[in-house]
Write a protein that binds this ligand. Structure first.
Ligand code: DMJ
Length: 525
């Protein structure tokens, strides 16, 4: 006997469809669709066509933003990757020391305080690099001591160490960082014991003594006026007034001093008599730059109440427009030059590229809209300082051509061809993108990251400063990775590529001049 046959398949037949056999051929399906389409009313057909057209238009319209979104995600990963590579070099060859020397696989010491590690703490936190952050935190907890017989520069250790510890405290809530911040903050205070109360440049944090550089009793104006955000915040957190009092006294004196030109300040100030020295030279570059930045940022930090700071800032920007702003030839790039005893020099430091970002931040906080126009023009100029170089990386200093008949806008002197992995360009790109959402700023940032990877990345770990941005075949590595590459450059690139405006919101935080975010003080009114 055979068992009854099992029916292993289902035969589907459609009533009234010819042979009654299931026909799944493409041709049959096409005919069937067409038949169904013809059965629809005119209204139904128009409705379907309308929906299809609408979907098509939406698809086309959203295509660029989808691709932009996807590239931004890849770029975020690319900058995290760059950070990991920089960190690997530091960890392998310079752990706990100030700076990595990536080519010689060694390190250099400036203050002997693990500068790169401290500068990089909040960057790791922001990038979500938890493992790396925890290792670094363990070093801070067990190895970092400020009880050392070393001379440190007041400004550099304030913006990098005090600023880095304060911002890491705010981001993590971990009091380890606040305790360390209090320790270094109090050890820096002897710098203010001068006849004029304008601080000395150097402090011995172990001995509690301070002094000016060996060759002068002057301090740099940008240095004494760019420590305020950090010391003011230290007072707010500790409720100990001496920190804020000391830095407010400096601002008070500088506000009243003779020797400014339309709000622009000279580069040096004497610690004995409190007067400007070497007068007559005005620049937005080295030795004056962050004076202007901190006028605006202190005003923002304090809840926009300290009118004197705002007035000094607004006056200085007018001073820049009147005395330092010019256009290059042949392409009319707007640039900020320098003035020396009445003589204009078309020289612009890469450092000046902080200015577009600061101007944009001011406009965001209600300052005149033409500040934003100027920010955009200067941003374009800074971009040209990169793209016109053979490596796509900016030199330290450029000179603009102003005479009719010039064939190119930008010249670079032999001695100025180096690039130290500085952040000012990508810092401003971050502000400009955050505040305008124009994608070209992200694209420019990504080009720069790629060029850092191409010309400054060292295969065994880390990135290096280079001597010659004009020679793509031999950019001549300098064998040094500055701490601000991790503290600032990579952080700003990451924030530039992030589309999350709440990731360090510009309405809640103000960045110190080393890219460490400090909270805007809550209003008590
Ligand atoms: C950093 O230490 C700070 O950004 C400072 O304001 C200027 N110099 C370097 C980066 O170029």
């Amino acid at each position: 006997m055979h068992p009854p046959s099992r029916q292993d398949y289902v035969s589907i037949s459609f009533a009234g469809q010819g042979s009654g056999v299931y026909n799944n051929s493409k041709q049959w399906r096409r005919q069937s669709c067409w038949r169904k389409w013809k059965q629809l009313s005119r209204l139904q057909r128009s409705l379907i066509l309308f929906i299809l057209v609408l979907l098509f238009i939406c698809g086309i319209a959203s295509y660029p933003s989808i691709t932009e979104h996807l590239s931004a995600i890849n770029w975020l990963e690319a900058v995290r990757e760059a950070f990991r590579h920089a960190w690997k070099g530091y960890k392998d060859f310079a752990w706990g020391h100030d700076e990595l020397r990536p080519l010689s696989k060694s390190y250099s010491e400036w203050f002997g305080l693990g500068l790169t590690l401290i500068d990089a703490l909040d960057t790791m936190w922001i990038m979500g690099l938890k493992e790396e952050f925890e290792e670094a935190k363990a070093w801070v907890a067990t190895e970092l001591t400020f009880n050392k017989n070393v001379d440190v520069n007041l400004f550099e250790s304030t913006i990098r160490i005090l600023g880095g510890l304060l911002s890491t405290y705010h981001l993590t809530g971990d009091t380890l960082f606040l305790d360390k911040a209090k320790d270094i903050g109090s050890r820096l205070m002897p710098a203010f014991n001068t006849p004029s109360k304008i601080p000395y440049s150097d402090v011995n944090i172990g001995k509690g003594t301070a002094h000016p550089p060996r060759w002068t009793s002057d301090s740099t104006v940008a240095e004494v006026t760019s420590i305020q955000l950090e010391f003011r915040e230290l007072t707010r957190l500790t409720q100990e007034p001496q920190y804020q009092d000391a830095v407010a006294e400096v601002m008070k004196q500088v506000h009243k001093l003779d020797g400014k030109l339309d709000g622009l300040v000279p580069m040096f100030i004497n610690t004995n008599n409190g007067q400007f020295t070497h007068q007559g030279i005005y620049t937005l570059g080295a030795r004056a730059d962050s004076y202007y930045e901190y006028l605006l940022k202190q005003w923002i930090q304090g809840g926009k109440k300290e009118n004197q700071l705002l007035e000094d800032y607004l006056q200085a920007i007018e001073g820049v427009k009147k005395n330092l702003l010019q256009k290059s030839s042949p392409n009319g790039l707007t640039f900020v030059g320098e003035l020396s005893h009445g003589q204009f020099s078309p020289k612009m430091d890469h450092l000046v590229c902080f200015l577009p970002g600061t101007l944009a931040l001011g406009a965001h906080n209600g300052l005149p809209a033409d500040h934003m126009d100027l920010a955009k023009q200067l941003m374009e100029t800074c971009y040209q300082m990169y793209v016109q170089m053979e490596t796509g990386l900016s030199p330290e200093i450029v000179h603009f051509n102003m005479h009719q008949g010039s064939t190119r806008d930008i010249d670079v002197k032999l001695a100025d061809r180096h690039n130290l992995l500085r952040p000012e360009m990508v810092e401003s790109l971050f502000y400009l993108y955050r505040l305008t959402k124009e994608h070209k700023y992200q694209e420019w940032g990504y080009e720069i990251l790629q060029n850092f990877n191409k010309y400054t990345k060292v295969s065994s770990g880390g990135y290096t400063s280079i001597n010659n941005v004009r020679d793509p075949d031999y950019p001549s590595p300098r064998d040094k990775m500055e701490s601000f590459f991790l503290g600032e450059t990579l952080k700003y690139l990451y924030l530039l590529f992030s589309d999350d405006s709440n990731l360090i919101s510009l309405d809640q935080y103000v960045f110190n001049t080393e890219a460490h975010p400090l909270p805007i003080w809550p209003s008590t009114a």
